[in-house]
Design a protein around this ligand. Structure first.
Ligand SMILES: Nc1ncnc2c1ncn2[C@@H]1O[C@H](COP(=O)(O)OP(=O)(O)OP(=O)(O)O)[C@@H](O)[C@H]1O
Length: 584
């Protein structure tokens, strides 16, 4: 992983350059002010000399200008930081929007959000605060060395020797610095992740282990973090403190005094005073170098993570010139194969089946058979790795994404609600839909009754910090959303997953309305919900093993018949081992 943040700062390089130049100039003026003060004091020591008002005025002017330039430098760097933050967030958002949905799920929405928030923020802080300091840490010692050399080479040599000793000891403190900083940040991130997991998993934690085992992970992360800090301290603690002591003003002052007295360089009071005033600042200006190195490393890590997301390949989009138009809406799987990663075994193998337009097709099979993967392939969350899927004879990959979205609607298990009103959530794909259409969709999805019971009805806020809705209620809102969109092909992955026995029937009635005149592919665990499907495709280990109507499949006495019998048995049994209807 590259640890250099500079390439990613290219869009604001100009502004950063100006900020650094202003900061460097400010350092030079601060130095000039010291030289002028030294000259003024030297003049005052000579009784006959007239009041050195010009020098004092010059020093005051230089100081004010130095302060002004420093403020201007930070102003520039902050403007650059805000611009960079805006640019990076926009670019990341635009790029993430082009990634295949399946890849977004694999990388993890939380991980992507962290890059877009925290890593971009880290670069903001770096540009805003570190770049002017960086310029100062380089310009100030260099300019001081020049001034000292002009005053007296022996005094310059003394100050440089102290600074060199400080840097040498600092280099010892920073050996393995890059690796240590990376390990330190990795340990810190593990602590953050463990805290988040601990808090998010609180309901499970409290139910199952009263916190002992789960706290262990957090504890281990903290222990590793502490061990990291101790190691870092052992490796570099003494050297770091020694370097800070050497780079403090006193050692330089002592060296300048000693050399001045010894060589006679101090005979010229003006020069000596100037050397004493300016020389102490040389070593001190180098002190932030250590903190800056850490900031550069942190910004480098953030930049590398941003670059990693930006390097994720976008979903292949068809050539805009190719105007492939589906002839009808038959869905056809032709020798479809799919694997989640090149080095993993296929989860779908040689699937060939045609789903006629207007039919209801159910996908069933044991857990892990590949049902949800097929649903995801139909929505192009992933692209097939062998064969092809066509709509009306056109490969999904040859349809522009917005055209595909116009044809295929979906309802998945994890129904996401945006922060906004319930009505806006239903309107998501059709923001201009009239309220009557929203209510009709909610009625058909069996959501209207509970919505009007909410504090502000359809205007009640849902999603983040909104009203608390049950899993089934959220799912019915997403079904209403799909209904309002009115897509000709509908993919439903476990649409009744959260429904209880009572509202499952109501939900199925709503779904029946949704299925009317549409091509529907429904993934189901509860076989009772799909027994009326036109055709049931039975999958096992990624292969199509049976296909037919409920009755035909029962007659075959194959996998479907076994699944059905298991389903019936499960429905008949209650916890405690009593059959429905038995006296308890
Ligand atoms: N994002 C993923 N990355 C890697 N492997 C995955 C991913 N999602 C699913 N799989 C694997 O693909 C196989 C098929 O999973 P899939 O979710 O499609 O099965 P399913 O039939 O829908 O199962 P279930 O009924 O339990 O939901 C499983 O072996 C699963 O572990």
């Amino acid at each position: 992983m590259s640890a250099a943040p500079w390439p990613i700062l290219a869009p604001v390089r100009g502004r950063i350059g100006v900020a650094m130049a202003l900061s460097g100039l400010s350092a030079v003026l601060a130095l000039a002010s010291l030289v002028l003060i030294a000259s003024a004091v030297a003049r005052l020591l000579v009784v006959t000399a007239a009041g050195p008002w010009l020098l004092i005025g010059g020093a005051a002017g230089c100081t004010l200008a130095a302060i002004g330039l420093r403020l201007a430098a930070f102003g520039q760097s902050h403007r650059a930081a805000f611009r960079l933050e805006l640019l990076l967030r926009r670019r990341l958002a635009a790029h993430v929007a082009t990634l295949p949905m399946g890849r977004v799920q694999q990388v993890g929405a939380a991980a992507i959000a962290k890059v877009m928030q925290d890593d971009v923020k880290a670069l903001h802080v770096f540009v805003a605060d570190a770049t002017p300091l960086y310029a100062r840490a380089v310009v100030m010692p260099a300019a001081t060395a020049v001034v000292l050399a002009a005053l007296d080479w022996r005094l310059a040599a003394a100050a440089l020797a102290v600074a060199a000793a400080g840097i040498a000891v600092m280099a010892v403190a920073m050996r393995d610095g890059g690796a240590l900083i990376r390990a330190y940040h990795a340990a810190r991130e593990r602590v953050s992740a463990a805290v988040i997991e601990f808090v998010q998993a609180m309901p499970v934690v409290r139910t199952f282990d009263s916190g002992h085992a789960s706290f262990g992970r957090y504890q281990r992360a903290l222990d590793a973090y502490l061990a990291m800090l101790v190691l870092w301290y052992r490796r570099s603690g003494l050297a770091a403190r020694a370097s800070l002591a050497i780079l403090a003003p006193l050692p330089t002052l002592a060296a300048l005094l000693a050399v001045g007295l010894w060589t006679g360089a101090g005979d010229d009071q003006g020069r000596w005073l100037a050397a004493l005033l300016t020389g102490t600042g040389m070593a001190e200006a180098m002190m932030p170098a250590m903190a800056l190195r850490d900031m550069v490393a942190r910004a480098g890590l953030a930049a590398a993570r941003i670059a990693e997301i930006m390097a994720e390949p976008a979903m292949a989009v068809p050539d805009p010139a190719s105007q492939a138009v589906p002839q009808g809406l038959d869905l056809c799987f032709q020798n479809v194969g799919f694997r989640y990663a090149a080095d993993e075994p296929p989860v779908i193998e040689d699937l060939s089946v045609t789903i006629p337009a207007g039919s209801v097709t159910a996908l069933v099979g044991p857990s892990g058979a590949g049902k949800s993967t097929i649903a995801a392939l139909l929505c192009r969350f992933h692209d097939v790795t062998a064969g092809r899927i066509t709509i009306g004879g056109v490969d999904l990959r040859d349809l522009p994404p917005d055209r595909l979205a116009e044809l295929v609607g979906f309802v998945f298990q994890d129904s996401f609600l945006f922060a906004g009103s319930i009505a806006d959530n239903i309107r998501l794909g059709r923001p201009d839909a009239p309220m009557t259409a929203v209510i009709d969709a909610a009625r058909a999805a069996r959501a209207h009754e509970f919505i009007i019971g909410l504090p502000q009805g359809y205007d009640t806020r849902a999603g983040d910090r909104g009203v608390f809705l049950s899993g089934g209620e959220r799912q019915r809102i997403t079904i209403a959303r799909a209904l309002l969109l009115d897509r000709p092909i509908l993919v439903l992955d476990e649409p009744t997953a959260f429904a209880d026995a009572g509202n499952e029937a109501a939900l199925m009635a709503g779904l029946a309305a949704l299925m009317h005149d549409r091509t529907v592919i429904v993934v189901a665990h509860r076989l009772s919900t799909i027994r009326d499907a036109d055709r049931i495709l039975v999958l096992d280990h990624g292969r199509l093993v049976e296909a037919g109507s409920h009755e035909a499949l029962l007659d075959r006495s194959g996998l479907y018949a076994r699944l059905w019998r298991a389903h019936e048995r499960a429905r008949g049994w209650t916890i405690g081992g009593h059959r429905h209807g038995e006296a308890v």
